[in-house]
Structure formats: C-alpha cells, structure tokens
Design a protein around this ligand. Structure first.
Ligand SMILES: Nc1nc2c(ncn2[C@@H]2O[C@H](COP(=O)(O)OP(=O)(O)OP(=O)(O)O)[C@@H](O)[C@H]2O)c(=O)[nH]1
Length: 824
C-alpha cells in the first residue's frame, strides 16, 4: 500500500499562526475532546511501548498522539523508532563511495590538532532567529526595505485532495481554532532588546510592522507562496526501502578545507557571526536585496525568460502583470543563460539503453494483467469498508492489522469502521495543511495486479475524484442498496458523469449493504430494483450495457466480495454465473495490455503528485504514463516549468523497476538539473522525454491524432463540450486531468449535432465523428446541447488536442468534453 505525499500548495502554505501551532511552535490549547482522547489513548500507547520494553514520558506520548491525530499505531511506531538507536556509520578505509565516511587528510588532522590547542572556536548561530537578530535594518532606507507578504497562490487548488476526509476535517478544525486564537492575540511585543524579532517582522504584513515605516508600494507577489520550514517528520511506521543508489556520484576523495584554508576563503571566524553581518552580506548586495523583494520573484523571472525565449506565451486574459521593459529584458537574458548553465550541470545517471517496447513484448506471456480502478460513490455508502474487505480477502492487508484496527476503533466507539481504517493506515505521514494526498493501494490475484485509487466521496473533494479517475482504467461505483435515491441526487450521479467525462468506459457497480435491506436482509427484489435503476442511469450517462457489471454484496460482512456466498438461504440466489463476485467482475473488466504502438510513441506523463522523498531521492513525481515508456537514466523535460530532470529510480505498484510503460502508474525519483525547487513543480504538470515531441493524448475517435504534436504550453483552447448546465461566456474552473486552472469561456463558437443517428455506443455521443454545425455563435448553450467553445486559461500549461476537459463553476460541473484545438 502506498500513499504519496504531495507538496502541492494552497493558501495554507503561507506563514500563519495556525501553522506555527501545527508545526510545533506554541503549545496548542486542547479542547475537552482532545483531553479525553489523551486520557484514553495515552495508557494504550504506554502499554504497547512497555510490551516492547520501552518507555516514554507523558509529554512525548501526548505529542505523538497529537501529531498523528490519535492514531495509536503510528504514535507507538514513531516512539519506538525514536528510541531505536541508528547504526553508527563506520569510517571507511580509503573513502570513496557516497555514504561512507571520508578519510581524513593530513591537513585535516593537523587542523584538528591546532583547533584543539586554540580552544573552542566561536560557533556561528544555529537558529534562523539568531541569524537575523542583529541585522542592521536601519541601515537601509524604509522605502527599500523588503516585506514578505502572504500571497494567494497563482494556481487555485482544491483544499484537500484525497485522503481521509475525517482526518482532513480534524486538521481543518485545529487550524480554524488556531487562526481564531491568533487573531485575538495582540501584536508581538518588543523583545528584551527593545526590538521586534526580525523573523516576526519578515513574516508580518506590512501594516503590522509599524516601526519599519512601510513603503508605499506593495511588492509584487511571489510566484510561489512562502513555505515554512518544518520540524523533521517522525519516521513512518513502515519505512519504505530507499531507492537504489544513483550511479552518477563519483567518490569525493578531496580533503575538506583546513582551518587555514577556511580562514583564507571566508575570512576570520567572526565574519560568520550575524552580529557583524549586514543585510547586503546575507542577501548579496543591496541592489539584489531590494530586487528580491520589490521586483518579480526569481521564479517569475525564470518563467518569463523561458516564455520570452520561446516567444509563445501570450498575455493572459486575466493577467495583471506589468509589461517587460528593456532593462528587465537584459535580466531575462541573463537568467535564461543561467538556466542553460544549470542544464549543463545535469547529473549523470547511467541509462542501460534498454529497448523497453521489445522487452515488454517479450515478457508479455509471463506477466499478469494490470488494472487501476477508481472507487467512486456517495459519502458513507461504504467505499472504504468495501476496499478494506477486498484487501483483507486478497491478502493486501493482514488479519493481524485488522485486529489491531478493530481494537483501536473499539476504543473510540467506532468498531464498525475497522475495515475502513485499512484505507487510512496505508498513508504515510502527511505534511498537514499543505500536503495533498492521493491514496493508492495494491493487491494481486492469480491473474491480475490491481491498483486501487481511493477517491473521496464528499462533494468538496470532487476535484480529487477527477484526478483519481483520470488515472484509472475502470471505475468501481459503490451504492448503498438502501439509499440509492439519495446517492443518485448526490455524488453518485456526479461521480459517474465525471468518470465518463475523463474517458472511463467500463464500470463495476457494487450494490452494497444488502445485509441491511428491508423488509428482510439480502432481499433479491431490493437488488433487482436497484439494478434496473442503475442500469438506466448508467446508460443515460453513456455507459454501454456490456461495459457495466452490477454486483450484490456486503463489504462489512465480506459477502460476495472476494468469495461466493454459501448456497444456503438468505444469499442462495447469489450464485455464479448469474452473479459474479466483485473480484471476478473486476478481473473480467481488466483492460487489455497496451498496444506496442502506444509504447513506441513519445512519453507523456501527467504528474499526479510531487513529493519529497528520502535523502537519496529528494524529489519524486508520480503519475500515469499515457503513452510511451521511460527507464532509469532517461532525461525528462518537465513542463511548463521547462526544467530537466534525470530519472534515478522507478517504482511501479510500490516495486522497484528498471522501466515503466504506457498505462502504468509509476513513481519516478528524480535528479533535477540545476536548481528546481519542489515548489517549481505542480501536480498537473507534464513530463515528456527531453528532446522528444509530444503525442496527442489517448484521444476520442473524432480527433485526428495521426501526427505527434510538439509540446505545447498554451493559454487558450477550443473544446467540444456537452453542457451539463446552460453555458454563457463565463468564468469556470478548468480541469485537464490532474491540472486545475482558473479559466473562462471566452466565446461560444457554435452548437453541434450528430449528422445521423449512428452507433455511438462505444465512443459516446459527444465523441461522434460525424457532427454538423447546428447554430453559429449562439448566445447561450442550453443544457444537454453539444457545442464548440473557446477557453481562456489564467495560466499557461500543457494542453494537447484530445485531452479530456471538465468545466466547473461554483462547485458544480457545468460541461464535459475534450480539446479540439490549442492556440499558443
Ligand atoms: N451493515 C453494513 N454496514 C456497512 C457496510 N459497508 C459499510 N458499512 C458501514 O457504513 C459506514 C460508512 O462506511 P465507510 O466505508 O466509511 O463509507 P465511505 O463511503 O467510505 O465513506 P466516506 O469515505 O466518508 O465517503 C460505516 O459505519 C460502515 O461500517 C455493509 O456492507 N453493511
């Protein structure tokens, strides 16, 4: 099981007092409920620790519980890990490889001896607050002093993608309380030196830092929000093995600089002390310092430089950024040059030069089928419980784990959620407030390797559902047999519509909770009723009958999930071949392996998650390969940031691999060329092979995708859509797979109709090849009509002909369709 950490950013990225508390600043105010939880769970954690011969203080246990949202298992695991001494690194002879201690040179030894004689050297300050304490701010005139102000991130992102909505709610609640408490606090008082803490001043909005005499003009917001440094995350319960060591590192056999050398190159020891440093010293000159805060951010400059050098990104319809002048042109040229230099510093990871399509074809006979399915459905219809059961019955999770969840859930009076907790406990530590999770779980049967993409049921998280569905081969819709009507009014309807909109054609429906049906449990007539309604609903949504399977089951009891029920009453009517088990239906709907032709196309992977990994793999991305293949050592071009990165390691279904191919969801551990921060990459960005052309995505039949289009970073497109609600020129949120961007319907080109009622069962009405213009330049597109619309995007991104698109407004889906054409 795996849950990828995402470092997506939203408004919560900004410094705020809530973050301070969340990340270990001040001691939080505990509510009565918190206190109750402490009282109940602390002894449990202590007992579990004592079982393994370890002990921890009350505070440590409380901190762990708080950190892990009352998750006893994780807290115990963390406390255990923090008490297990790490193996000491043995000094190696001769030094050489990374990870081994470097041999001390004679210079080093001499330097150490002289240092011992000279006594303790003044140490540079260790905390950021110390570094900034004595900055002579007053040396700069107030007009040019910089202020970091919280900004709204340029890309609007959903608050939380995926993960457990219950945990998310708890985190959200804490943040709200903390924010309320902070707003009632007074401004910080001067410290003992009579001055405000410099970090406080940096973080404060300008009107709050009166003694700085706020400059009149606001600095332009930074492209990316300021991120707060966090305490290191405690180790996860089941640490994943680090990816293989990169081969590019050559051993560093140089001696470290001697004390004398250090003195020559950095000046006397006191030069490192904050008290003797000026702002210029720290930020590299007054001019730079001023620019760093008042001009566009470095990211802005680089992005503009890229756009400038390509000459392809036109002004955004919503852009309010000032135009470039001559002097900034020079700056841009310089930054572009720097980018090129960065590219030349590319890390060298050896590629084995595998012929991946050939290898894939050769191994086909021995390989299991693969399928990724997204679990959709209305909130509380039993998705998590059913998935927990499926994982348990297929060996994806052990009975021991279930017993543990059962015990913990019972302690909180929620024993019926024990199976649902399987889905939550697979998660690694999340970076609260800014981290976005999409949960992936893996299990295998004799014939198929499955990936579960866990989509949240709540309507607030529909964007995540779109993201999950856009990576799936098929959908598993879970409906509560006793609550079908409410589901069809709610997320069941919207999820099905969206699954179809992102290109899913096969759907398995689990008619769940039949053990609770009325008038009697396992009522065959209740199932038959639901079956009829669901069939007609799915047909309306565009699913063909051979591509839907409707299965009676109970996730809680495990009836007809992985195993057929006993032939005795009351489930005697559920027998194959009329009724498959849920697992049999999923196996039957597994897609065929990708065609060799898809593998030989250029690579295209839309990034679904960006996350920081381990020390050896600091930046990783995950996503589904839409076409092509990649292998360790390949150089990727990441768009629209236009950065290059080399693949150091690959994981598919949590297993290390040498390559990944179209259709697979892979995690790629990257070595980025140059200086890309994780902030420079976003979920929704696209990775292609550097130097290759970009293929059209798996596109509907009407789209002529014969030729591979070059990578296009664009801000406008024409889309063929079906109106879910009446459409006018209006603001919309545009979803292109995982990428969500603010946009606008800038024009209504025409309405369309099928030329003749043909067989569109496979493709769906929207994708019909033969369409004619019904009305040009309509004023409005009515609900249910098909139309061509012009879209403007607030930001440039990779959009390709054939990409599926969903338009939403005010939290509701207003149109679905695909891209017909793009314009730079
Ligand atoms: N009797 C019965 N109860 C069930 C069944 N499946 C789930 N439940 C109960 O329904 C409640 C909700 O189940 P979840 O699995 O959390 O539902 P969900 O759809 O994942 O909910 P969200 O993740 O919040 O969208 C829990 O109390 C479950 O124990 C079932 O087959 N029979």
């Amino acid at each position: 099981m795996q849950r990828n950490k995402n470092v997506q950013y939203d408004a919560d990225d900004l410094y705020d007092s809530a973050d301070e508390e969340e990340y270990g600043g001040e001691v939080p105010e505990y509510t009565t409920e918190d206190k109750d939880n402490f009282a109940t769970l602390t002894p449990v954690v202590r007992a579990e620790l004592e079982e393994t011969g370890l002990s921890a203080s009350q505070t440590e246990i409380e901190e762990a519980l708080w950190h892990y949202y009352w998750d006893v298992g994780k807290s115990v695991s963390y406390l255990k890990n923090s008490r297990t001494p790490r193996p000491q690194q043995q000094p190696s002879e001769g030094g050489g490889k990374k990870g081994q201690a470097k041999a001390k040179s004679k210079f080093d030894q001499a330097a150490e001896k002289s240092a011992e004689k000279a006594g303790p050297t003044p140490m540079p300050p260790t905390s950021a607050a110390d570094w900034f304490r004595d900055i002579p701010w007053s040396n700069l005139s107030p007009e040019i002093q910089g202020h970091l102000v919280p900004t709204v991130p340029p890309r609007p992102y959903p608050k939380l993608l995926g993960g457990s909505s219950k945990l998310a709610k708890l985190a959200e609640e804490r943040r709200r309380k903390a924010a309320a408490a902070a707003s009632s606090n007074e401004a910080p008082s001067p410290d003992s030196n009579g001055s405000f803490n410099s970090l406080d001043r940096l973080n404060k909005p300008k009107d709050a830092t009166k003694e700085n005499d706020t400059p009149a003009s606001q600095p332009e917001p930074k492209r990316y929000p300021i991120r707060k440094k966090r305490e290191p995350t405690p180790p996860p319960r089941e640490p994943t093995p680090p990816p293989p060591e990169p081969e590019e590192e050559t051993p560093d056999i140089r001696a470290s600089p001697t004390g004398f050398g250090r003195t020559l190159s950095t000046g006397p020891p006191h030069a490192a002390l904050a008290s003797s440093m000026t702002l210029q010293d720290m930020l590299g000159g007054a001019e730079e310092a001023v620019d760093a805060f008042t001009g566009p951010s470095p990211d802005d400059i680089v992005a503009k430089a890229q756009a400038h050098s390509k000459g392809e990104i036109t002004a955004a319809p919503f852009s309010s950024k000032p135009k470039q002048n001559a002097s900034s042109d020079a700056q841009l040229a310089k930054k572009t040059e720097q980018l090129q230099v960065a590219e030349s510093t590319a890390p060298k990871v050896k590629s084995k030069g595998l012929d991946v399509p050939k290898l894939w074809a050769e191994g086909q006979a021995d390989r299991k089928a693969q399928a990724a399915f997204v679990v959709i459905g209305h909130v509380d219809h039993g998705k998590s419980t059913l998935m927990g059961r499926l994982l348990l019955d297929t060996g994806g999770v052990s009975q021991r784990d279930i017993d543990r969840y059962q015990k913990q859930a019972s302690e909180l009076g929620k024993s019926s959620f024990a199976l649902a907790w399987v889905m939550d406990t697979g998660s690694e530590e999340r970076e609260r407030g800014v981290t976005v999770d999409i949960a992936q779980h893996h299990f295998s049967t004799a014939s198929t390797d499955f990936t579960i993409l866990d989509a949240p049921g709540h309507r607030d998280f529909v964007p995540n559902m779109i993201a999950g569905a856009s990576m799936a081969d098929l959908a598993l819709l879970v409906v509560d047999a006793n609550q079908l009507a409410s589901g069809l009014k709610g997320q069941t309807r919207e999820h099905v519509l969206l699954a179809k909109a992102v290109g899913i054609t096969r759907i398995v429906v689990a008619v769940n909770k039949l053990d609770l049906s009325a008038p009697e449990p396992w009522s065959q007539s209740v199932f038959a009723d639901v079956q009829i309604q669901i069939k007609s609903f799915l047909s309306e949504a565009g699913f063909s009958e051979p591509n839907m399977a409707i299965i009676p089951c109970s996730g809680l009891n495990g009836t007809n999930v992985a195993n057929s029920p006993p032939s005795s009453s009351p489930t005697s009517w559920i027998q194959p071949p009329i009724h498959l088990t849920l697992l049999q239906a999923l196996e039957a709907f597994t897609p065929p392996p990708p065609a060799l032709q898809t593998l030989t196309q250029p690579l295209r992977l839309q990034i679904s998650d960006v996350f920081r990994g381990t020390l050896t793999a600091p930046l990783s991305i995950s996503g589904r390969l839409r076409s092509g293949s990649c292998q360790i050592g390949d150089t990727l071009l990441l768009l629209p940031s236009n950065t290059q990165a080399t693949i150091r390691a690959i994981e598919v279904a949590a297993e290390p691999r040498e390559y990944a191919v179209a259709g697979q969801i892979a995690v790629l551990h990257l070595a980025v060329h140059g200086d890309l921060e994780a902030e420079g990459l976003r979920a929704g960005d696209v990775a292609v092979l550097a130097g290759s052309s970009l293929p059209s995505s798996a596109s509907p039949s009407s789209v002529d995708d014969g030729a591979s289009a070059p990578p296009t970073v664009v801000k406008s497109a024409t889309a063929r859509v079906k109106a879910v609600q009446a459409l006018l020129p209006m603001g919309v949120e545009v979803f292109l797979g995982r990428w969500m961007v603010a946009g606008e319907i800038t024009g209504l080109k025409c309405t369309l109709q099928q030329q003749q009622a043909g067989d569109v069962e496979e493709t769906g009405e929207l994708e019909a090849r033969q369409v004619v213009v019904k009305k040009k330049k309509p004023r409005v597109i009515r609900q249910g009509e098909m139309a061509l619309v012009e879209l403007g995007l607030a930001e440039a991104g990779v959009v390709t002909k054939g990409d599926r698109v969903v338009l939403r407004n005010g939290g509701a889906t207003v149109a679905v369709g695909f891209v017909e054409a793009v314009r730079a």
